[in-house]
Design a protein around this ligand. Structure first.
Ligand code: AHG
Ligand code: MN
Ligand code: MN
Ligand code: MN
Length: 329
């Protein structure tokens, strides 16, 4: 039986003596370790809320205001990255770039808690990260280190806090899946060079928004709903968790597509997902797993950002299905 490969071993082999790779390895190790703590916090949520309501006390009674878990997660990740060579952190929960280590040569964009509307329903949530190189001589305005097309990423990944705490990570050499072993405290390599099946019969979308979508997307979904007697000639299944990390892990496990289109509602013209710390990292992982990721028609990783928190329509997963969707535009 082959030896278990831990995240530490995997990163040691990948980084070797290369200083840049070692910096990335340190940052990912820090995020993974912070993630284990965040998973514990998420798991305690329903207990603390429940006990507070049983005792008839406001859960905020613990002195400091009951912080949103999103913000607590950001604080945990920031603290974990401080000792690493990370110069700045861009986060969904902070308007501006957060300076960390002036000597750092990385910039990291993070969704500290993805799927946070699900926390009190005990549904899987997670953390998404994107890592880009930072060169103070080139990026005189540090924001420019983040505001680049996603092809510039050197690593990306997400943690999902579910029955298992898992890490899906790429370092540019395929997409790997690590599972946290609660006995040893280690992340153990569970799947190497994941491949998302090119074809699928499963899509994920929030169907309640169908009346707001542009025609190509509503026609695509209608064709899936028409099943085997319709234009697609096959029946489809639908899955929508409401946490992208959970939907993404299903897609990395058995294929499928995740669809969050732009729609006609004010503020949702570009959908709900953010380009820099949701779409880009997941698009990098997806392409490394032989899948595809677009805004419906354009490759996500080629999109030139114009704002750190900009939203982007997002379609990712099984390559042939993503290409099929693009054919509707
Ligand atoms: P976040 O919790 O970080 O704001 O992200 C939530 C995102 C994504 O995780 C999920 O797939 C999507 O929002 C769900 O959107 P709807 O609630 O509109 O379905
Ligand atoms: Mn999110
Ligand atoms: Mn979030
Ligand atoms: Mn949010």
């Amino acid at each position: 039986m082959s030896e278990l490969v831990t995240l530490k071993t995997y990163l040691g082999t990948w980084a070797g003596a290369d200083a840049g790779r070692t910096a990335v390895a340190q940052a990912v190790t820090a995020i993974a370790e912070a993630g284990v703590g965040i998973a514990d916090l998420v798991a305690r949520g329903p207990l603390e809320e429940g006990l507070a309501s049983i005792r008839g006390v406001d859960p905020n009674a613990g002195g400091d205001a009951q912080k949103e878990l999103d913000v607590v997660a950001e604080e945990r990740i920031k603290a974990a990255l401080l000792p690493t060579p990370t110069a700045f952190l861009a986060s969904e929960e902070s308007e501006e770039l957060i300076p960390l280590n002036p000597e750092g040569r990385l910039v990291i964009a993070v969704d500290p808690l993805d799927g946070s509307s699900n926390i009190d329903t005990n549904v899987s949530v997670g953390t998404i990260y994107s890592i880009l190189p930072y060169d103070p001589a080139v990026h005189t305005d540090p924001v420019s280190a983040v505001m680049r097309p996603g092809v510039n990423q050197v690593a990306s990944g997400f943690l999902a806090y579910g029955p298992a705490t898992i890490l899906v990570a790429t370092f540019g050499e395929g997409t790997q899946v690590f599972v946290h072993d609660r006995q040893t405290g280690e992340f153990v390599l569970a799947r190497t060079n994941v491949e998302i099946p090119a074809e699928t019969k499963e899509y994920g979308v929030n169907q309640s928004n169908v009346r707001h979508w542009a025609e190509p997307m509503s026609t695509y979904i209608a064709d899936c709903l028409a099943g085997k007697d319709g234009p697609r000639g096959k029946d489809f299944n639908m899955r929508w968790v409401g946490s992208m990390v959970a939907d993404a892990f299903r897609i990395f496990t058995r294929g499928g597509v995740y669809v969050y289109p732009g729609d006609k509602r004010k503020g949702y013209e570009n959908g709900r997902l953010r380009l820099i710390y949701e779409a880009n990292p997941v698009a990098f992982l997806t392409e490394q797993a032989k899948g595809a990721a677009t805004d419906g028609k354009t490759r996500i990783l080629d999109i030139e950002p114009h704002h750190i928190h900009q939203r982007i329509p997002l379609v990712f997963g099984s390559k042939a299905e993503v290409e099929k969707i693009a054919s509707y535009y």
